[in-house]
Design a protein around this ligand. Structure first.
Ligand code: BES
Ligand code: MN
Ligand code: ZN
Length: 491
């Protein structure tokens, strides 16, 4: 899709304007209403559209205008109109017009600032994402008709400049969503590692550890997960050195990258198992973050580490009751081979703190179904050994609309993961399943300030109406982490 910042819309466009809840059309909405002989006001008077958040009103071929459509989008209450409300409105404008038959959508925000015009464009890009590379027979009339989105701005050049870093973030969200959307026959660990390696073109440094190197290091809890798979496990290390003069230790991000989770020998039921291609959503958020930092040349030093494995049942697979020695030296009794994410993260977390001595670590993982039971699908869970870090993450989440809720991380639940035969077991039963998973991870962070985001609820969305995150892969975490870095660690 083409995004243009312009001073006035192309003739044959669908023109979208903002109307605030309970207000008459004003600003650009007032001007276009007037040009159309008051058609918008009359339509508002005749129907239910009041300018409420999420509402839209489409007039087709309005008399007096060259435009194909005049579209009013509800901005919600004018005094609560912030960046997120604006994103919502711009995303809704695209959603209302994408299948209208018009090829051009022109969103008139000429009464807003350049920064706001840029944000409108950003929201449209986020909302317009589609993963259609495997659809060969989709009818043209089922595809979006809109191919160009114009943002009508008071100062188009300034808006274009303000869009540049946001566009880099949108590219990163797209990259993450593509990774999550890919089926696991295409995106297995080595192919995934290759796609990340290609990001060196953005200025990232990328290293890949294969099974031989990981075995030599002793990353046995990661390796044991992939030992039933025909695909070779990988750990990928990304470095972004955007602030070479800084003496501060880097910030580190770690992601679970299970390219498919069958459960292994503790196999999952067939129903819904296809969803487990998204079990690498945590790693995709980390890759997306690194993509965003490099894309907008963030002045920060960050490392991203992802553990990539496929969890399969097989004659060589790890079995319940097996005991494995992790990179940290701690031993783990594997009670359930479906609790594999924590085994992967245990070694990658330990490796990250040992090698990079980071000032903090944040891991993201589609770790537990229990997190969905606790929070539903709108919030991810945040577990942390550090109140400041947790507060910073939650503040960032509020800024970008990727909801995050703090969960308890207390030793009260430790006894659930005590083992009779090893230092710990990998499951603690159903009660508090997300908490015992987080406590397991904590044993591998070696006291470093750390937060664990269980994004099982939010990585993949069905039946969503979020105008900036359509069905399927949400890319959850990319914007959140990018904002977290921008607000706290960039010089
Ligand atoms: N990848 C799953 C968690 C998951 C489930 C994510 C559903 C998204 C949707 C994870 O590896 C898993 O299987 N966890 C088990 C842990 C249990 C065996 C202790 C679970 O949640 O059932
Ligand atoms: Mn599992
Ligand atoms: Zn899993």
């Amino acid at each position: 899709m083409n995004i243009e910042f312009v001073g006035s819309p192309a003739p044959q466009a669908a023109i979208a304007v903002l109307v605030f809840d309970g207000e008459k059309p004003a600003g650009p909405a007032g001007r276009w209403d007037q040009a159309a002989g008051g058609a918008l006001s009359r339509a508002m008077g005749a129907g239910r559209f009041t300018g409420g958040k999420g509402q839209s009103l489409v007039l087709t071929a309005p008399a007096g205008l060259e435009a194909t459509h005049l579209v009013a989008i509800g901005g919600g209450k004018q005094d609560g109109f912030d960046d997120l409300a604006l994103e919502n409105a711009a995303g809704s404008a695209y959603a209302a017009v994408k299948g209208s038959g018009s090829r051009t959508l022109a969103i008139d925000v000429s009464d807003l600032s350049a920064a706001q015009a840029a944000r409108a464009a950003f929201a449209v890009r986020l909302g317009a994402y589609r993963f259609d590379k495997y659809r060969t027979t989709e009818k043209p009339e089922a595809k979006p008709s809109v191919t160009t989105v114009q943002i009508v701005a008071a100062d188009p050049a300034a808006a274009q400049a303000a869009f540049s870093p946001l566009n880099a973030i949108a590219d990163a969200v797209y990259f993450a969503r593509d990774l999550v959307s890919e089926p696991s026959n295409v995106l297995y660990p080595e192919e995934y590692a290759r796609r990340v390696k290609a990001l060196e073109a953005l200025g990232l440094k990328v290293e890949i550890l294969g099974e031989a190197e990981m075995a030599k290091l002793g990353m046995n809890t990661l390796l044991c997960v992939g030992q039933g798979s025909r695909r070779e496990s990988q750990t990928v290390i990304m470095r972004w050195e955007g602030d070479p003069a800084s003496k501060d230790a880097p910030v580190a991000f770690i992601g679970k990258g299970v390219t498919f989770d069958t459960g292994g020998i503790s196999i999952k039921p067939a129903e819904g198992m296809e969803d487990m291609k998204f079990d690498m959503g945590g790693s995709a958020a980390v890759v997306g973050l690194m993509h965003a930092l490099a894309g907008r040349k963030a002045k920060v030093n960050a490392v991203g580490l992802i553990g990539l494995v496929e969890n399969m049942p097989d004659g060589a697979a790890i079995k319940p009751g097996d005991v494995v020695t992790s990179l940290s030296g701690q031993t783990v009794e594997v009670i359930n081979t479906d609790a594999e994410g924590r085994l992967v993260l245990a070694d990658v977390l330990w490796y990250a703190q040992d090698r990079f001595k980071p000032r903090l670590m944040v891991d993201l993982a589609t770790l537990t179904g229990a997190m969905i039971i606790a929070l539903g699908h709108d919030y991810a869970g945040c577990f942390s050994n550090d109140d400041t870090l947790s507060d910073q993450l939650i503040a960032a989440s509020k800024g970008v609309g990727e909801h995050l809720w703090r969960m308890p991380l207390t030793p009260l639940y430790e006894k659930q993961i005590e083992s009779e035969i090893a230092d710990m077991k990998n499951t603690g039963g159903r009660p508090g399943g997300s908490i015992t998973a987080a406590l397991f991870l904590q044993k591998f962070v070696n006291g470093v300030p750390w937060a664990h985001l269980d994004i099982a609820p939010t990585a993949w969305r069905k039946n969503t109406t979020n105008p900036v995150a359509p069905q399927g892969a949400s890319g959850y975490g990319v914007r959140l982490l990018d904002r977290f870095v921008a607000e706290n660690f960039e010089s």
